[in-house]
Design a protein around this ligand. Structure first.
Ligand code: PD2
Ligand code: ZN
Length: 294
């Protein structure tokens, strides 16, 4: 199996593993445990040859031990407190439509122009692969019935449009662009869903050490709706009884790490099944510290 043929999230996971100092054999082991065929070892080898530092002798280390970024339970990021009203951001007159405090959730209308939504969809359509979730025991990415979308991602600043949108996000949320993970584009066909989950990583779970070591904890999420949805597909917060119906160009922000690094369990959220039409979103997850750019 070739590295270039792997789903983008799996490629990203391997790059994170190298960045965190994991050895070839540790990476192959995790993937075999997650159910991959032994031919995955070839893709791992290609990835290490292309991306591991030349002098990097394979070493067995506890997950995350060699990270250049110390995982932190404290947020190094303080998001602004939003109230409803218009926020001029470059060419966009963004409007905060509602803001609630606990959990901290804000809906921004008009965050993206229609043409930007269409361009992101067209750039992504040819490169979609099934979305995966992190296995919290051993850390590899797995296919699960709880997440039935297709996705792809763009590196920070990969195109002028991506760079523009990332600058807008940084300006709105007052968080450096370097704290952003690659922009994820997700497509949900009819019946596609993302069952309720937390976006933060439970620091007690061994399989999360890999993802926490690169950039620290996730502290906030911005979901940008790239399409309207004919029926279904709402983003739901079951613990607060909130449902947000996708509206093309709008963006939903929520954060979930409080004062002393306390994780907000009220932030449980999901994408309910699409009943008719299709749903496209772009998600920017934000970390407590700088996230490596590949
Ligand atoms: O598509 C959604 O509405 C959705 C729901 C829950 C997206 C995410 N989570 C996410 O991207 O984290
Ligand atoms: Zn989510």
């Amino acid at each position: 199996m070739e590295f270039a043929e792997l789903e983008s999230e799996l490629q990203q996971w391997m790059l994170d593993a190298i960045h965190n100092g994991r050895s070839r054999s540790a990476v192959v082991d995790a993937l075999l445990k997650a159910g991959y065929q032994p031919t995955i070892a070839n893709a791992v080898e290609q990835c290490f040859r292309a991306h591991a530092p030349a002098e990097d002798a394979p070493s067995e280390q506890p997950p995350g031990a060699a990270s250049s970024v110390t995982p932190s339970r404290k947020p190094d990021v303080r998001f602004p407190t939003f109230n409803t009203g218009v926020i001029p951001l470059g060419d966009q007159q963004v409007e905060a439509r509602f803001a609630i405090r606990q959990p901290n959730i804000v809906l921004f209308a008009n965050f993206l122009a229609e043409w930007e939504c269409d361009a992101l969809v067209e750039m992504s359509r040819p490169n979609l692969s099934p979305s995966r979730v992190v296995n919290t025991q051993h850390g590899a990415f797995e296919l699960k019935p709880s997440r039935t979308s297709g996705g792809t991602h763009f590196a920070r600043g990969e195109t002028p449009l991506i760079a523009d949108i990332e600058a807008r996000i940084a300006s709105l949320l007052k968080v450096p662009e370097a704290h952003g993970e690659p922009l994820q584009i997700l497509h949900y066909p009819v019946s596609g869903e993302y069952r309720p989950h937390y976006d933060f990583f439970d620091p007690e779970k061994p399989g999360n050490q890999e993802v926490l070591a690169a950039g620290g904890q996730r502290v906030g999420t911005l979901i940008m709706y790239l399409s309207d949805v004919e029926s279904g597909g709402a983003t739901v917060f079951p613990r607060v009884g909130l449902e947000v119906q996708p509206q093309k160009g709008a963006a939903l922000f929520f954060s979930y790490v409080g004062e002393h690094g306390k994780l907000d369990l009220q932030s449980l959220h999901g994408g309910s099944p699409v009943l008719a039409g299709e749903k496209w979103i772009a998600t920017k997850w934000l970390r407590a510290a700088e996230y490596p750019a590949y």
